[in-house]
Design a protein around this ligand. Structure first.
Ligand SMILES: Cc1ncc(COP(=O)(O)O)c(C=O)c1O
Length: 322
C-alpha cells in the first residue's frame, strides 16, 4: 500500500524545517546612545525576533512538548489558556504546527493587534471578565478551566507549570551567557508569570557562580515589590495579588531585588529607544530598559547589563500611535 506521507526531503544547510526551529537564538544589541557615557554597557535581548513575535514562543513550545510527552495533551486535543496575549500567540503558533486547536480566554484588555494575530493563527477567542475575582466562575482562569473540562482540553497553566521557566533556563539563559562571552554582570527582566526572570536568572546565577545580579522590573500598580495594587498600564507584566493569582513560577529566591518603575519612566524609555536607538519595542521593554538605566547610574564601565525585551512595537501599533 502506498504511504500517505511523502518521504522527508533532504535537509539543506541553513534552512529551518519549520518556524518551530526558528524559536530562540534572538539577537542582543548594545544601546549605544542610552548607555551612560563612561558607565556600564546596557544591552537588550530582542525577544520580539522570535517567529510569533515574543519571548513567549519559548515556553509555549516547551509547555506543549512536555504535555505531549507526559500524555497530558492527547493528539488532536485542544490547548486552552487564559492569557493577555503573547503566550496565546505562542500557543496558537505551536498548536498550528502540532495539530492542536487552540482556545484563548482573554479578559477584554488585549491589544487589537494581538487579537488579530490570534485570529490569523486560527485560535478561537473567548472573552471573560478580568475584573472577576479568583473565586468567581466568570474570571478568565475559571472560564478556561470549564472549557478545558468540557472539551477534553489541556490547560497549559503558564503561571504554575515549570516548563515555562524551564524553557528560559535551557535556552534564554545559555544564549545570553554565550552572546556576552560570560561578561554579563546584571540581568534585568519584567515579571509577568515570573518564567523569564526565574529561568534565565537561575541559569545565569548558577553558571557565573553567583556573580550575575538579577533585577526584576515591576510596573506601577503591581504588588510584586510589595507596594499597593492599582491599575497596571504596562501590558503583560505585574500582578494585582492578593486579588489575583500568585504565580508559582516566580521563584522569589532568584531576583536580588525588584524595582518598581513608574509608568512615565517606562513610556519615556520606550520613546527614547525609538528616537535614539531606532528600536521599536513593546511597553514592557520600556519598563525593563527604564529599570536597567536606573541601575546603570550606580555602576561602572566594567559592568554589562542585559535587559530582556519581551516583544516589539508591532503588537501595540494602535496604542502607540495615539
Ligand atoms: C509583553 C510581555 N512582557 C513581559 C512578560 C513577562 O514575562 P514572564 O511571564 O516570563 O514573567 C510577558 C508575559 O506574558 C509579556 O506578555
Amino acid at each position: 500500500m502506498a504511504s500517505t506521507s511523502a518521504p522527508a526531503p533532504p535537509a539543506l544547510p541553513g534552512v529551518a524545517d519549520s518556524v518551530l526551529d526558528l524559536i530562540g537564538e534572538t539577537p542582543i544589541v548594545r544601546l549605544r546612545r542610552l548607555s551612560p557615557a563612561g558607565g556600564p554597557q546596557v544591552l537588550v535581548k530582542l525577544e520580539g525576533r522570535n517567529p510569533g513575535g515574543s519571548a513567549k514562543d519559548r515556553p509555549a513550545l516547551s509547555l506543549v512538548q512536555d504535555a505531549e510527552a507526559s500524555g497530558a495533551l492527547a493528539p488532536d486535543a485542544p490547548i486552552v489558556e487564559s492569557t493577555s496575549g503573547n503566550t496565546g500567540i505562542g500557543l496558537a503558533l505551536v498548536g498550528r504546527l502540532t495539530g492542536h486547536p487552540v482556545v484563548i480566554v482573554h479578559g477584554g484588555a488585549m491589544s487589537p493587534e494581538k487579537l488579530t494575530l490570534l485570529r490569523l493563527y486560527g485560535a478561537e477567542l473567548v472573552e471573560a471578565d478580568w475584573l472577576a475575582g479568583p473565586d468567581d466562575p466568570g474570571n478568565p482562569r475559571a472560564v478556561a478551566d470549564r472549557i478545558a473540562a468540557e472539551r477534553g482540553g489541556w490547560r497549559s497553566h503558564q503561571y504554575d507549570n515549570p516548563a515555562n521557566p524551564g524553557a528560559h533556563y535551557r535556552f534564554t539563559g545559555p544564549e545570553i551567557w554565550r552572546q556576552t562571552g560570560g561578561a554579563i554582570t546584571h540581568l534585568v527582566a519584567g515579571i509577568g508569570t515570573g518564567g523569564t526572570i526565574s529561568g534565565t536568572g537561575r541559569y545565569l546565577r548558577e553558571v557565573s557562580h553567583d556573580r550575575v545580579r538579577v533585577v526584576g522590573a515591576n510596573p506601577a500598580g503591581s504588588t510584586y515589590a510589595g507596594g499597593p495594587s492599582g491599575t497596571i498600564r504596562v501590558e503583560g507584566v505585574g500582578t494585582t495579588w492578593p486579588s489575583s493569582h500568585w504565580p508559582r513560577n516566580l521563584d522569589t529566591a532568584v531576583p536580588h531585588e525588584i524595582r518598581t518603575i513608574p509608568d512615565e519612566a517606562a513610556f519615556a524609555a520606550l520613546r527614547r529607544l525609538a528616537e535614539e536607538e531606532a528600536l521599536l519595542l513593546g511597553p514592557s521593554s520600556g519598563l525593563a530598559v527604564a529599570a536597567a538605566l536606573e541601575l546603570a547610574a550606580g555602576l561602572g564601565p566594567h559592568d554589562v547589563i542585559v535587559a530582556v525585551s519581551p516583544d516589539s512595537a508591532t503588537n501595540y501599533l494602535t496604542e502607540l500611535s495615539r
